[in-house]
Design a protein around this ligand. Sequence first.
Ligand code: ZN
Ligand code: ZN
Length: 499
Amino acid sequence: MRFIVSEGRLIPEVLAKANDPAAKPISHIDSMPSIPMHPEFPYSPELLSFLEGKQLLLEELPFPLDLIQAHYEHGYLSYEKGMMKTKHGWRCMRCGNEEHHFFASFPCARCQTVCTYCRKCIMMGRVSTCTPLVVSRFSFPQDRYLSPLSWNGTLSQGQQRAADAVEDAVVHNGELLVWAVCGAGKTEVLFPGIARALEMGKRVCIATPRTDVVRELFPRLQQAFPSVPLIALYGGSDDRGKFAPLVLSTTHQLLRFSRAFDVMVIDEVDAFPYSVEPMLEYAAAKARKEASSLIYLTATPHPAWQKEIKRGKRKAVTIPARYHGFPLPVPSFEWCSNWRRQLKHRRLPRNVLAWVQSRIKTAKQAFLFVPHIDVLEQVVCILKQLDQRIEGVHAEDPQRAEKVQAFRDGRIPLLVTTTILERGVTVPNIDVAVLGAEDDIFTESALVQIAGRVGRSAQYPSGDIRFFHYGKTRQMIAAKRQMERMNKEAAERGLLKTQ
Ligand SMILES: [Zn+2]
Ligand SMILES: [Zn+2]
């Protein structure tokens, strides 16, 4: 689409009375007019409630263009550039992409020029140099909820302190990092703060890079806040395009929001792809109101953030103890020679094999983490000779869910896995080993998460964690230190059970 600039406003070429040679794609218009809001305008509540808090493409708005234009001309919505020229090229204003190789050009029928578009967020509909993003400038009064929380669990002492800090951040629009060890129970820590936000008429979003997390949190939040409309946004969910006081969203779905939320919680902030993928950061910043709070939840903050916390440059609260009050089991390191060479001869290092045999013998379930799929296949092949029930699972495995379920049911004694199971899967009584812990894929954060699988239940709070390696790495040492530090802090703060 092309626009004409006339009398301090933009007019879509298709609505203009005559052809205008000066019509331009929106990204090429130098100064964008701003229009004051006309309070007497009989606005369409359907259109404005559909658009509230959003940033949408025209084709995502099921309303006629002249109605949209009338709202624009009376200051109720604005057109923003889908792409912005930068010093080095373009920036996609929906997803924040500036990387050259994620842009492409095509002869565009809508603006009759060669149009540049963003490939990075193309699955949400195309944003190109002639694409306006439609943003609401109007907001309806927000509902307040009286005592919306109906959760009657109790928080541990460590959780309570973090929950107080979250609530404080919510009330004062602050920024806070909650660093909670695996198994600390970080979701419950949000409950009092969310309740307070809803009482104040604030809108809350919990954003995460992972669809699994959205699906897992949904029933828990629904139960905790039964009277509050809650929606879950992820690729394929029925709630896409809707808005509610309480929203759970993945990165991509969050891209459709703009200045919508008073409280933004980012869960599993260290998880792939956030750590290597700036899109969630951009989306979360765009979806927050200017005055809003920002809360990060993580078990394994990025090393740069750990440094900032240590220097007092980042506000953080730690929960160093698990909810059951037992210390984190700490990994031990064991050298296992050049295991790759042994694999070539269809053998496993003797100590690794002995570790597996002893789990089978004592019927203690275990995960064996390996760095790559090719390793996985070789290892499973060798281990099946020990016990036919041993299985392997990886990200593209079509039977992934079934195998994880079979493991939970106790039908698989040992599951060989790539890092896909490093988080999320919780099984009560297991041991964990890593083969090739020196591989680059096993970062400090990945290793902490892997170790975090062990001892999660109060009934079985301990277990064996073994990092088999062919040369210790800094990452391994940092992971172990991190867990030891947390145990020390938990003991000093009196958060551990005294026998
Ligand atoms: Zn984009
Ligand atoms: Zn175009």
